[in-house]
Design a protein around this ligand. Structure first.
Ligand SMILES: NC(=O)C1=CN([C@@H]2O[C@H](COP(=O)(O)OP(=O)(O)OC[C@H]3O[C@@H](n4cnc5c(N)ncnc54)[C@H](O)[C@@H]3O)[C@@H](O)[C@H]2O)C=CC1
Ligand SMILES: O=C(CO)COP(=O)(O)O
Length: 345
């Protein structure tokens, strides 16, 4: 069997290492944009720029030729930053096998269309729209690469596809759950990054654990509110791709979004924050998209709204905090009736 992993950042490298370890006799081919990364992975079996200190399996192949990575691949994992997904999917479309399964492991929303990654891939590769799954959960590449026990969710509309991928990825240190709620799993992974920026800002301002717990809990409340309005299942957000990922990203030293928040609290601008890392800080673009989605759907998302103003309208974080703490009184929980989501045939 051949599997292509498109995107050789931290997560694509860790995913391809897992697959090569689990399927040593299969052709696992990682596509990297830069030929230097390809050469490094072949020569020293390490991706020093994006996943330093993790020795990659001997059998892992790497290429910067998209055609070579995709030819004959039964499964294609798309894991570039969200802003590159449409462009890459467009290039993949004419080359990918007509019966391949696609897994999106990217976390984000498209800035202008406000779409989820699986929606973009379905638009660009319409022939495979029913064969797209998503993978999301509390999965820092630095830890998965070191084989620390980790868990994730694979969501697909069809049970057979979700279970096929569950079998493909399961390892003793990487436990995979399935879920039919593709939208909920994707929204959880994308929106938690906005809250992580806030958690970094809170810590950077010298606040304590109470503040962070408040941000995480009320952040989850607004994620669920938007998710329900768009058609996701509330319980999905209580799972690994919801609260699980929110916890890890708001508390981990590995979190790029959390670290970006720390820098924002020091008064750094978006371009200074992005310039301080070679890695993608998805929450910055997602905050803009989620703010628009909330407005379009008339959903109250106070933390997202404040994050948007801090990021894009130079609002001082101190002012944003005060507005969050003194806004109109509300109840904690709103009762809503929701339709269950089941597998499609
Ligand atoms: N790093 C992690 O622990 C995890 C990351 N993710 C998600 O995976 C996605 C990819 O993130 P990482 O692997 O962390 O990336 P990264 O931040 O480690 O590296 C970025 C990668 O994207 C490539 N890249 C940048 N612009 C590109 C473009 N226009 N076209 C093609 N490639 C481009 C870079 O060459 C580099 O390989 C993101 O959406 C992220 O949220 C999901 C779970 C875990
Ligand atoms: O989504 C991720 C881990 O699950 C990676 O994003 P952060 O690095 O911002 O936490």
């Amino acid at each position: 069997m051949k599997i292509a992993v498109i995107g050789a950042g931290s997560w694509g490298t860790a995913i391809s290492a897992m697959l090569a370890e689990k399927h040593p006799a299969s052709d696992i081919r990682l596509w990297a944009r830069s030929p230097e990364t390809v050469a490094e992975i072949h020569q020293v079996k390490e991706n020093r720029r994006y996943l330093p200190g993790v020795l990659l399996p001997q059998s892992l192949q790497c290429t910067s030729d998209l055609k070579e990575s995709l030819a004959g691949a039964a499964v294609v994992v798309m894991v570039t930053p969200s802003h590159a997904v449409r462009e890459i999917a467009r290039k993949v479309a004419p080359i990918i096998s007509p019966d391949a399964v696609i897994v999106s492991a990217t976390k984000g929303l498209e800035e202008v269309s406000l779409k989820r990654m699986s929606q973009i891939i379905a638009e660009e590769i319409p022939g495979l729209a029913s064969r797209i799954a998503v993978m999301s959960g509390p999965n820092h590449a630095e830890e998965v690469g070191r084989k620390y026990p980790s868990t994730t969710v694979i969501a697909a509309k069809k049970k057979a596809i979700a279970e096929q991928l569950q079998d493909l990825f399961m390892l003793p240190y990487f436990r995979v759950y399935t879920n039919p709620d593709v939208m909920g799993v994707e929204l959880g992974g994308a929106l938690k990054n906005i809250i992580a920026l806030g958690a970094g800002i809170a810590d950077g301002m010298g606040f304590g654990d109470n503040s962070k717990a408040a941000l995480m809990t009320r952040g989850l409340a607004e994620i669920v509110r938007l998710g329900i309005a768009l058609g996701a299942r509330p319980l999905t957000f209580a799972g690994l791709s919801g609260v699980g990922d929110l916890m890890v990203t708001c508390t981990s030293k590995h979190s790029r979004n959390y670290r970006a928040g720390l820098l924002l609290a020091q008064g750094k601008t978006i371009s200074e924050v992005c310039g301080a890392t070679n890695m993608v800080v998805e929450g910055i673009r997602t905050a803009k998209a989620a703010y628009s989605l909330a407005q379009q759907n008339q959903i109250v998302m106070p933390i997202t709204e404040q994050m948007y103003h801090v990021l894009y309208n130079h609002k001082p974080a101190k002012e944003a905090v005060l507005e969050l703490m003194t806004r109109g009184k509300t109840h904690e929980v709103e009762e809503v009736a929701v339709e269950p989501i089941d597998w499609e045939n």
